[in-house]
Design a protein around this ligand. Structure first.
Ligand code: ATP
Ligand code: MG
Length: 532
């Protein structure tokens, strides 16, 4: 049996009802805060993430799904190309010929051609040489006085194709393929901010002169060790505010607005037990100074710390703060705090933002150890955590990225954004007992032969009038219909028998209470919709 790949999962009803309710609610919240949807591709140039997320981050060093993309050639296609170049007149006969026959006929001198499928990267070269050698051995048994050739596809123009060269008794020849594409490294998006900023730059959104308030909902991909709340395909609901500084994109009011929106959004989807953790990581100069301070503070103690910390102390001392090893905690507690290394503008930015949060009554705690895993963050960083999520406690994370656009060769465009882990949001909601209420109003059950058409007609009327309805079948006995209605989570069952159709009054039973009443056809939709 073929199963879903480890780390991916199927989302099924009734869970998907909750997913949909959450997504509908967040779209509604986004609309009220004047955010508009952006949809970017699920895969991008690998360079976007290498540069946008940062070469040194966990995401880029070990979590990305990356592949080399180029058109793959079949041997037949390569044979056609080769023949077309070397002997156009033979081209017409190609299809009927076997491989070796063909080569011999086309060019008396050239007797063995190794056709490579796909992209000539190192390993396929090696494979090709091996295959060529065995082909050559077979060929030379039959035709001892002939040459062996390796033909490789090339994207170069004919004039710059290398002359055939010989190596280990094999002649290498490049042929130009009409549609040959240079292989290209592509990556499934591990996050969406880099893609949004790429789109912002590519479409010149800065020229609109206003703040761009963009949101997205969609899958992201990271090759992590799967566990509860951590998947290889997971979903994020995210938003970004980005724009030219003249539009106020670096103002702390945006940070405060975004955090206030998040608090409102979580409350509206029904999540209660969240904590907002807040920090400022300053600008890149601040961080350089802080890294220096961390290095010095770590030097005398790092030898007693865990292996990860010893490595991080060298490569990226900031990451030491993420360490979870209990024995290291007393050391980490005593390390310098980033707050002490912020320059004046960054300190003021943070202060002003906090004052606004206080003014609107959004509660938060300061966590000076929270430095976040992406290189592009500047100034405000935050996470919303939830107590019921175990080790994967972050429901969402985000922060400012004032230099990201420029680092992707774009205009100066400060921005701030967040990404909610939708999988974890759903888990947290479920842990709090939130479910999507079954919202099937009525189960319409035809009773007796020939009643299906009447039931279908009544269902059509009711559905058009806004009632959610499901249908039974005339072959069901009444008992079975009641069971089906209950399983479907319907509030009412409506019986459609011959008498009902004739009289225009239907027996309607509320499943929970068992009360039954007769309702006239023209009152039925209203009755089913409103008597909750
Ligand atoms: P974590 O510390 O949990 O690894 P992160 O810092 O890598 O999170 P971000 O890149 O900031 O996460 O992504 C924002 C949110 O996306 C996280 O807070 C989390 O809710 C969610 N998320 C990240 N990685 C995964 C994953 N592999 N599976 C499910 N949700 C994830
Ligand atoms: Mg992570």
């Amino acid at each position: 049996m073929i199963k879903a790949i480890r780390g991916t999962r199927d989302l099924l009803p009734p869970d998907t009802d909750l997913w949909n309710r959450v997504e509908a609610k967040v779209r509604d919240v986004f609309a009220r805060y004047n955010f508009h949807e952006i949809r970017t591709p699920i895969f991008e140039d690998t360079q976007l993430f290498a540069r946008g997320v940062g070469e040194e981050t966990d995401i880029v060093t070990k979590e990305m799904f990356t592949w080399m993309d180029a058109r793959r050639y079949s041997e037949k296609e390569l044979i056609f190309e080769w023949i077309a170049i070397h002997s156009p007149s033979a081209f017409a006969q190609v299809e009927k010929k076997l491989f070796f026959d063909l080569v011999a006929e086309v060019d008396g001198r050239t007797n063995v051609v190794e056709f490579m499928s796909g992209v000539p990267n190192d390993s396929s070269w090696r494979g090709a040489v091996g295959r060529l050698r065995s082909a050559k051995a077979i060929w030379q048994q039959a035709e001892p006085n002939t040459e062996a050739r390796l033909v490789v596809p090339s994207s170069k123009r004919s004039s710059t194709l290398r002359k055939p060269t010989e190596h280990l008794g094999i002649i290498y020849e490049e042929i130009e393929l009409k549609d040959y594409e240079e292989p290209h490294s592509l990556t499934l998006r591990p996050e969406n901010t880099a893609g949004v900023v790429r789109a912002y730059i590519e479409h010149g959104l800065d020229k609109r002169g206003t703040l761009q308030k963009l949101y997205y909902i969609g899958p992201q991909f990271r090759r992590e060790r799967p566990q509860k709340g951590r998947y290889r395909q997971f979903y994020q609901i995210g938003a970004e505010i980005i724009g030219p500084p003249s539009a106020g994109s670096d103002s702390p009011i945006l940070d405060a607005e975004l955090l206030e929106m998040l608090a409102a959004l979580l409350n509206e989807v029904g999540l209660r037990g969240w904590t907002l953790q807040l920090n400022s990581v300053g600008c890149s100069d601040d961080r350089a100074r802080y890294n220096q301070a961390l290095r010095s503070a770590l030097e005398p103690v790092v030898a007693t710390m865990c292996a990860d910390c010893q490595r991080r102390a060298e490569t990226n001392p900031l990451r030491v703060l993420d360490c979870k090893v209990p024995e290291d905690q007393p050391i980490i507690e005593k390390l310098p705090k980033i707050g002490e290394y912020l320059d004046e503008p960054c300190r003021v930015h943070f202060q002003v933002m906090r004052a606004m949060l206080d003014a609107v009554g959004v509660p938060y705690i300061i966590n000076e150890r929270m430095v976040r895993g992406l290189d592009y963050y500047t100034r405000t960083t935050f996470e919303f955590t939830h107590g019921d999520l175990g080790a994967q406690s972050a429901v969402l994370g985000g922060g400012r990225y004032d230099g990201l656009s420029e680092s992707l060769d774009g205009p100066k465009a400060p921005g701030i954004g967040f990404a909610i882990g939708e999988d974890r949001l759903i888990l947290a909601l479920q842990a709090e007992g939130v479910t999507a209420d079954a919202d099937l109003d009525a189960y319409i059950t035809p009773l007796g032969a020939g009643m299906n058409a009447h039931a279908l007609k009544l269902a059509r009327e009711l559905r058009r009038a806004g009632v959610s309805a499901d249908l039974g079948d005339e072959t069901f006995r009444l008992k079975k219909s009641f069971e089906a209605a209950e399983k479907a989570g319907a509030r009412f069952i409506v019986i459609v028998g011959e008498n009902e159709v004739k009289s225009g009054e239907f027996a309607v039973k509320e499943l929970a209470s068992g009360t039954q009443e007769n309702v006239a056809r023209d009152r039925l939709a209203e009755f089913l919709r409103h008597s909750q």
